[in-house]
Design a protein. Structure first.
Lengths: 284, 282
């Protein structure tokens, strides 16, 4: 069994009027089964309102299932005794960098997590330095977070999670508010943490080009997992993805269009290099 | 009719330790009916600049001429400028506040002092322009999806009948389909309602697809001002200032390097497709 496992997971947002009578029920997650292997880089795609963020919040027990079960490291998230342990080893990073920074100096912000865990002071400093180095923000340790760019702030937020030494990081659209450079910085950082520190990564995003190197991709629609596979499997199905209001990277779309126009290009091209190789082969 | 920006300078907190020269000698002409893209990394001055265009920020020096009149002249009617130059901020749905969609859109024109019939007509028309169905008019704005909320917020600005519409990252946080829908609506406002559009964006793919002219800002200055095709030809310089070109630009350059005689001018998937097909058929 993997680090995260969901079985028949179901979650309903229930709205009540002033007397507490049920006004409406919105089923945000509908019978989801997933199994994430430790150390994997997993991406979750889906349009706005498809249930991605609701699913993410189940991983560290910010939400608990209406029906079904989610286990994080074999711990059932509905059991209150597990909450602390789960939240210590499953960290979350959200969309807006300005909402997740609490201190007025970068290193103090990163120290906030381990301090709350009761880590001894001298270990906190080692952890802060290690995490800032891991995200490439060491030179800003004494700076005020206010003066950083969006990408830098997100990296500080990630360092804050890393300092808690989690086994898994869940990132909910961490690049949605960033410019192209900021986006690249954050994705490079996350990828490195996954490769070097062996942290399990769950990345939720609307940017298709950010998921091409994931080990596995889940596509959600109306609370259900509707596609699952490697990025190549998923991006081979251009028409199906579009039916879920999603898209493919530009180079994948170009290859798909050319194939439909009669060129013998393989399905599921993911990178510029693959595309150029395919075209060069055709010319020979 | 046009907007002329003449040697515009803006300095934040002058004379303090936080002094920052945010806009440096900006010269620009925006013609009636243009569709302009404005790009630049975070902190390059884009947002500061667009807030000058409807008088929310007053320049430290220099002038802005709206249809020939200097907006900084003593008798200039700032209030009418703000109706004519509509500004849609980032995440505009955070500014929705009324109990129904329709009432929310009525807020702007009512503040312009129009009579109630006019107000409602305009709100109705604006919601139609952004593709919000009639059965949503009485819904609470907070019950809508992210993309719908954003379109209602844009309708709130359109109801004031602006001549120029400035949108600051209107697609941030939307899913790909939602992104396309908003951009298609904006393109329609440009072609059908003849609005002048200034689109601030972080998506090179989007600006390549829609705009006629692209303005690139870097450190408070204009680095490029040309068609997307010409600007993206300088992709190496764009990378140095924290930007990039659309993925197809890289594809075409790479093909060319590998000896395939494609033109490197393509900036959209459709253009790249046609160009590759042309070369492959030879």
């Amino acid at each position: 069994m993997g680090i995260i496992k969901a079985k028949n997971l179901l979650f309903e947002y229930i709205r009540r009027d002033e007397e507490g009578n049920v006004e409406s029920i919105n089923r945000a997650i509908d019978d989801v089964n997933i199994d994430v292997k430790k150390g994997d880089f997993v991406a979750v795609l889906g349009h706005n309102g498809s249930g991605k963020s609701t699913l993410a919040k189940h991983i560290n027990a910010l939400l608990v299932p209406t029906e079904g079960t989610l286990w994080f490291k074999d711990m059932n998230t509905t059991e209150e005794a597990n909450l602390w342990l789960i939240r210590q080893s499953a960290g979350m990073v959200f969309q807006n960098p300005d909402n997740q920074i609490v201190a007025s100096v970068v290193e103090e912000d990163v120290a906030f997590g381990p301090e709350n865990l009761g880590v001894p002071t001298k270990d906190i400093w080692t952890r802060v330095e290690d995490s800032l180095n891991a995200v490439g923000m060491m030179e800003y340790r004494g700076h005020s977070p206010n003066k950083l760019s969006g990408g830098q702030k997100q990296r500080v937020a990630i360092a804050g999670i890393m300092a808690m030494k989690p086994e898994c990081i869940v990132l909910d659209e961490p690049t949605a508010m960033l410019d192209p450079n900021g986006r690249k910085e954050v994705i490079r950082t996350v990828k490195e943490l996954n490769e070097k520190e062996k942290v399990t990564v769950i990345l939720i995003t609307h940017y298709m080009e950010e998921v091409i190197f994931a080990d596995k991709v889940y596509v959600m629609d109306e609370g259900k997992v509707v596609m699952e596979g490697t990025p190549r499997d998923i991006f081979s199905k251009v028409a199906e993805l579009k039916s879920y209001r999603l898209d493919v990277p530009q180079v994948t779309e170009l290859a798909y269009e050319l194939k439909n126009s009669g060129l013998a290009i393989p399905d599921g091209i993911l990178t510029t290099d693959e595309f150029v190789d395919a075209i060069c082969k055709l010319r020979q | 009719m046009s907007i002329i920006v003449d040697k515009l300078n803006y300095i934040y907190s002058p004379g303090t330790a936080y002094q920052k020269h945010a806009l440096k000698d900006i010269n620009l002409e925006i013609l009636d009916g243009e569709f302009i893209g404005l790009i630049g990394h975070t902190g390059s001055g884009k947002s500061t600049f667009i807030q000058h265009l409807n008088g929310l920020i007053k320049a430290t020096s220099g002038g802005i001429y709206y249809n020939g009149e200097n907006i900084y002249d003593a008798g200039f009617n700032m209030k009418s400028l703000r109706s004519k130059v509509g500004l849609v901020f980032q995440y505009p749905e955070h500014q929705l506040f009324e109990t129904t969609v329709f009432k929310d859109v009525c807020f702007g024109p009512r503040n312009q002092g129009l009579d109630e019939l006019q107000v409602e007509l305009r709100a109705y028309e604006a919601l139609k322009m952004v593709g919000i169905d009639n059965d949503l008019l009485d819904a609470s704005p907070f019950e809508l999806s992210g993309g719908q909320k954003r379109r209602v917020a844009i309708a709130g600005v359109l109801a004031m009948k602006p001549e120029v519409l400035i949108l600051d990252e209107p697609t941030a946080g939307l899913d790909p389909k939602g992104r396309d829908e908003i951009l298609e609506q904006i393109a329609k406002l440009h072609t059908e309602s003849k609005l002048t559009i200034i689109l601030v964006s972080h998506s090179m793919e989007d600006v390549a697809k829609y705009v006629d002219r692209l303005i690139v800002m870097n450190r408070g200055e204009i680095a490029f001002n040309d068609t997307p095709r010409e600007v993206f030809g300088h992709y190496k310089e764009l990378e140095r200032i924290g930007l990039a070109a659309p993925q197809v630009t890289y594809v075409m350059n790479e093909l060319r390097k590998r000896g395939i005689p494609v033109s490197i001018k393509a900036t959209t998937v459709e253009e790249a497709k046609q160009e590759i097909l042309r070369v492959m058929k030879q």
